[in-house]
Design a protein around this ligand. Structure first.
Ligand code: NAD
Length: 248
């Protein structure tokens, strides 16, 4: 296990799913973790559980992030939302929200965190992207667009951060067992007029090599490793964890 004693971390979307497991993992490795989430009660309960602190914040209020500066060693840009609909029916306001939360907020948080990281000559930026940061799927126009942009943001950060000891990487999960994916399965079932079990079967049996969903703790263990000293030479990379989904 990587030793993160004395390190501080900020995990966005830390009240649920992948973010919650990342917060638990980084805390278990010794870091002091700030759990940022619009779900104030969820962030507080997770922070209490891991001996960290909660930051109740709506990351859609991007103007509030413009003048922010904070001091953390590890920043996990994880908060995300998903809407599944054809382009012709996609709500433009929802499109903009998805880009704000999943591209603009990560940019502003990276911008807020880098000065202290540069000063300390250590930093870990970990961007929770998706297989949809590297490949498209129909009916996910905003999500696929946002995750592709996040890949670019992560790579530019790796180039500017590298000389200062700051790494920046993406983690690209396939389908992970969280509330986000459960809602998505329900949306897909509606669009395709099939049952939720049939959607799951299509995802699991047809497209994945390992016939199950990814567990949030498995994603968190990769985030834990990327956060530590062993990953010092890993930057500008994108780590797929999808049970073989994108090997096809
Ligand atoms: P989740 O819905 O379980 O958790 C998302 C968290 O983000 C929630 O706690 C929510 O309150 C928070 N959040 C939403 N809007 C916010 C806002 N405006 N401000 C602050 N916090 C906000 O989702 P998850 O599945 O754990 O997803 C986490 C990340 O992983 C997302 O970026 C998602 O795109 C990515 N991802 C998920 C999967 C999957 O299959 N679940 C696959 C690949 C990538």
């Amino acid at each position: 296990m990587t030793d993160l004693a004395g390190r501080t971390a900020l995990v966005t979307g830390g009240a649920s799913g992948i973010g919650a497991e990342c917060a638990r993992k980084l805390a278990a490795q010794g870091a002091y973790v700030r759990v940022a989430d619009v779900d104030e009660a969820g962030a507080k309960s997770l922070a209490d559980e891991i001996g960290g602190e909660a930051w109740a914040v709506d990351l859609l209020n991007v103007e509030d992030l413009e003048h922010l500066r904070f001091d953390v060693d590890i920043l996990v840009n994880n908060a995300g939302i998903q809407t599944v609909a054809p382009i012709t029916e996609f709500d433009p306001i929802r499109f903009r929200e998805i880009i704000m939360l999943m591209v603009e907020a990560p940019f502003l948080l990276i911008r807020a965190a880098l000065p202290a990281m540069f000063e300390r000559e250590f930093g870990r930026i970990i961007n929770i992207s998706s297989v949809h940061g590297l490949r498209a799927s129909e009916f996910k126009v905003a999500y696929v667009t946002a995750k592709h942009a996040l890949e670019g943001l992560s790579k530019v950060t790796s180039l500017e951060g590298g000389p200062h000891g700051v790494t920046s990487n993406c983690v690209n999960p396939g389908y992970v067992r969280t509330p986000l994916v459960e809602n998505q399965i329900a949306d897909q079932a509606r669009i395709h007029n099939i049952t939720e079990d049939e959607v799951l079967e299509r995802v699991l049996l047809t497209e994945s090599a390992i016939k199950r969903l990814v567990e949030p703790a498995e994603v968190a263990s990769l985030v834990g490793w990327l956060s530590g000293a062993d990953a010092a030479m890993v930057t500008g990379a994108s780590y797929t964890m999808d049970g073989g989904w994108s090997a096809r």
